[in-house]
Design a protein around this ligand. Structure first.
Ligand SMILES: CC1(C)O[C@@H]2[C@@H](CO[C@@]3(CNc4nc5cc6c(=O)[nH]c(N)nc6cc5[nH]4)OC(C)(C)O[C@@H]23)O1
Length: 372
């Protein structure tokens, strides 16, 4: 069995649950936030710093690694874990979504996708079989099916077509998947149409994957629409298997997702906004680049106990960012990742001890979405 999942504790007044995901590279306590390491690195962080921060599992991308350095090099290097010196679980996204969101898409048909590389414009073809072979070569602990994620908004017909293709491609991925020490997760599509979500979930759960992702969300739809889709999609997935909400998210979305029964999350947010000099704190966002922090000798978050908040001030980090010093990016990234990973640890404790709903309400009362 490449992967096993057990629910440890269920919340009594929400769908939240604490679980444990057993993978070939170690155990993951869920709900979990996965830092994104698109090109075999979580930008600006070393693996040792990620361990210090408490990262349990990271995400990497088939599309990017296939284009550069190429799956063959990573395979020759002994696989992705060895290549990037990360000896804990890795989940790889299948490339479907990245082709749509990054590449110069040339053609999509039932066979697969022809596209031009966003790096050098060279022409490539990705199919369910090829995306599966690449992930087997990378050796991630969890591979994702090659799916079609429609944009938002999209017509019913467009989404229906993507559901049909996603289901047929899922069967082909299952057929092509040959790695005993790697789990393959299915991805449910269906946009914001309830009947299409029901159809996609039925077709994918019939294939009995060890875990399921909810795709097609966090692609520009209003948050309340995403929550509505989660309310009727999560119950369609087997309660005994991990549920992964792709591309999410912000602290409020993580809390809502956990409340609705999601176990796994990933998002570029903490690392991406760090590069714009934005810090996530318990009382909201702090754009530390702003002049107002020039003489602010407090830590990024006075309530945070991370290495950055114990040793540096907003004034210093602002100076570094303004001076385009690399350490500025590193310190802000370190703190943002720590903030989200720490939030997930607090969520797990709150579920275990039966006060999750109260915790969520108190956290949101303090964490104002607007900048503080
Ligand atoms: C939230 C935030 C900050 O995350 C950023 C940016 C725009 O949204 C993101 C995150 N949302 C997101 N939804 C996804 C859906 C799928 C999917 O249906 N299938 C597969 N295989 N992979 C997926 C990956 C996904 N990522 O997607 C890109 C374009 C990667 O940048 C991310 O806003």
């Amino acid at each position: 069995m490449t992967i096993a999942f057990e629910v440890i504790k269920e919340c009594k007044d929400t769908r939240a649950r604490v679980g444990r995901l057993y993978t070939p590279h170690g155990v993951v306590d869920t709900p979990v936030f996965m830092p994104v390491g698109t090109q075999a690195t979580v930008k600006a962080m070393s693996p040792e710093e990620l361990e210090e921060i408490g990262a349990q599992i990271i995400l990497s991308n088939t599309y990017h690694l296939y284009l550069r350095p190429g799956a063959e090099i990573i395979k020759e290097a002994g696989g992705l874990h060895r290549f990037m010196h990360w000896n804990h679980p890795i989940l790889t996204d299948s490339g479907g979504f990245q082709v749509f969101s990054l590449a110069d898409l040339r053609q999509i048909n039932d066979e697969g996708v022809t596209f031009r590389s966003h790096i050098d414009g060279s022409s490539h073809f990705l199919s369910p079989e090829k995306a599966t072979e690449i992930q087997m070569a990378l050796g991630s602990d969890i591979a994702m099916c090659f799916d079609e994620c429609p944009p938002y908004p999209a017509s019913y017909e467009q989404v229906e077509k993507a559901v049909k293709r996603t289901s047929s491609w899922a069967e082909r991925c299952l057929e092509a998947h040959r790695r005993e020490d790697q789990a393959l997760f299915g991805i449910v599509q269906g946009g914001v149409f309830r009947d299409l979500r029901e159809r996609s979930a039925a077709e994918l759960t019939a294939l009995d994957f060890p875990g399921y992702a909810i795709g097609g969300l966090s692609v520009g739809e209003p948050k309340r629409l995403m929550y509505e889709v989660l309310d009727y999609t999560v119950p369609l997935l087997p309660a005994s298997k991990p549920r992964y909400l792709m591309g999410v998210g912000t602290p409020d979305a993580l809390l809502e997702g956990v409340k609705k029964g999601v176990d796994m999350f990933d998002c570029v947010l903490p690392t991406r906004v760090a590069r714009n000099g934005l810090a996530l704190t318990s009382s909201g966002k702090v754009v530390v680049r702003n002049a107002r922090y020039a003489r602010d000798y407090e830590p990024l978050d006075p309530e945070c106990d991370c290495y950055v908040c114990r040793n540096y001030t907003r004034a210093y980090i602002r100076h570094l960012l303004k001076a385009n010093e690399i350490l500025g990016l590193r310190l802000t990234t370190y703190h943002n990742l720590y903030f989200l990973i720490r939030l997930m640890a607090k969520i797990r404790t709150a579920v275990m001890e039966g006060y999750f709903l109260k915790f969520a309400e108190e956290f949101m009362a303090k964490y104002l979405e607007k900048e503080v």
